[in-house]
Design a binder for this molecule. Structure first.
Ligand SMILES: Cc1ncc(COP(=O)(O)O)c(C=O)c1O
Length: 450
């Protein structure tokens, strides 16, 4: 092993200090972390100097339980996944039953009830004719599949040159190479891969009349080389938690349709209630040609994603010639455990007033985060559905911030130039108040450090 790649446990001291302990003397440092943490390559992390991550040993309801027994309210729902909170008994029961019967089976040439009924269930929930469901194991792969579907649809129709995509400034669609090419080429975390990635067209989201005229003009000019327009409806997530109106989304859909292009809606983050409706597209009353789901699909239980196409897109893949078929098939696609978890999650959406809860969360977040607006360094406070954002001039002291959050009993992970909250949709008003009070207090302390 390269010595330079070896991280010393002491580098994680910030967290142990937050717990009132030095790392070496802490009996709450689990042995697996003390002895073996250097082998785990963490995501989005400069491994040379990053503090060691917090050791989580259990989850429960809206809480992460740390090795020393502390319980943190998870303000992120594990990257938007745990929409019903953690370890929901109904989901756990479904997965446990499935585990006894059939943990996994390939989907080629054979299929199983969980996959068939989940596809039908998603088709019945989604708007319009989004009826053909292709499963995969992560959001990024769902995006790759969407790109491949769009490009191949044109190819199958004899227009192979239509294989490029229009995306939007601040877009984020994932970390695989096709998905990376759809991210903002100047501002995203993948910007330094220019030259390696497929080149797409990045445009501002057209909101004003003149921007819409320019967008229409752009589509008309490039039409013959374009396969589809790709958008994160209503909320651009990892590219900066930026919101646009349902009217702007509807206008993008209309202009895309008029230009004869496909519209791909990336609902990987927004799907399943996060923006206040089951799917963000519903608020603009639009039906994309292809829609991607992931994250909360299994209620935060197992990795699973889906790319859903309309019957019209699907039709282009059907015919006598085998070459028309979609040549894609992730080994674990439609994993039966993941299907069971997704069914459990959809049961909960049917039984619980989740969308009402999102409406209540939205007004609580707006009211309870409002005091941040007056803090030094804060430039904006905004909320949409169960998403709260406090944007600042410059994010600094990230490690100390984590210390503050842990002391305050919450888990947040600020990034770019913002603090954001995407709690479980099932969070109670009391838990939410604790989360927002601790967030506001921590940001107030942070703002005094500037
Ligand atoms: C809008 C959007 N698309 C795609 C992805 C990629 O999903 P995954 O991380 O499951 O590959 C993400 C992940 O954050 C996302 O927010």
């Amino acid at each position: 092993m390269l010595a330079s790649a070896t991280r010393k446990l002491g580098e994680g001291a910030v967290f142990w200090k937050a717990m009132g302990l030095t790392c070496a003397e802490s009996s709450s440092v689990p042995a697996w972390q003390r002895d073996q943490a250097e082998h785990l390559w963490m995501p989005y992390t400069q491994m040379r100097n990053a503090p060691l991550p917090l050791p989580v040993v259990a989850t429960e309801d809206v809480y992460l339980v740390l090795a020393d027994g502390r319980r943190l309210i998870d303000g992120l729902a594990s990257w938007w996944t745990a929409c019903h909170g953690y370890n929901h008994p109904q989901i756990a029961r479904r997965v446990r039953q499935q585990l006894e019967v059939m943990p996994h089976v390939m989907l080629g040439g054979i299929h199983h009830e969980g996959a068939v009924t989940l596809a039908a269930r998603l088709a019945s929930l989604l708007p319009g004719d989004l009826s053909q469901v292709f499963f995969s194991d992560s959001g990024s792969v769902a995006i790759e599949v969407a790109m491949k579907m769009a490009a191949q649809m044109w190819r199958n129709r004899g227009q192979a040159e239509r294989n490029r995509f229009v995306t939007f400034r601040h877009a984020y669609h994932g970390d695989t190479t096709g998905a990376m090419s759809l991210c903002d080429p100047e501002r995203s975390m993948h910007a330094h891969f220019k030259g390696f990635l497929l080149e797409q067209f990045s445009q501002p989201i057209p909101e004003t009349e003149s921007e819409q005229a320019a967008f229409t003009e752009f589509l008309a000019t490039r039409r013959n080389e374009l396969a589809a327009v790709v958008i994160e409806p209503l909320v651009q997530g990892a590219g900066g938690m930026r919101f646009h109106s349902p009217q702007a989304l509807a206008a993008v859909a209309r202009m895309t349709r008029q230009a004869g292009l496909l519209l791909i809606a990336d609902e990987i983050a927004t799907g399943f209630g996060r923006t206040g409706s089951m799917f963000a597209c519903e608020q603009a009353d639009i039906v994309p040609d292809i829609l991607c789901l992931g994250k909360a699909l299994t209620g935060g239980t197992l990795g699973m994603a889906a790319t859903v196409a309309t019957g019209e897109v699907f039709e282009a893949f059907c015919g006598e010639d085998d070459a028309l078929a979609l040549m894609h098939g992730p080994t674990y696609m439609a994993n039966p455990l993941a299907c069971a978890a997704a069914h459990g999650s959809l049961d909960l959406f049917a039984e619980q007033p989740r969308l009402d809860q999102v409406a209540a969360i939205e007004s609580s977040l707006a009211e309870q985060l409002e005091p941040c607006r007056n803090l030094s360094g804060v430039v904006d406070v905004r909320t949409l559905g169960a998403i709260g954002v406090v944007q600042v001039e410059r994010l600094h002291s990230r490690e100390k911030l984590t210390e503050l959050f842990v002391e305050a009993g919450i888990w947040l992970r600020p990034f770019h130039d913002m603090f954001y909250l995407t709690p479980p949709l099932s969070i109670t008003p009391v838990q939410l108040r604790r989360l927002t009070a601790a967030t506001v207090d921590s940001i107030a302390q942070w703002s005094r450090w500037s």
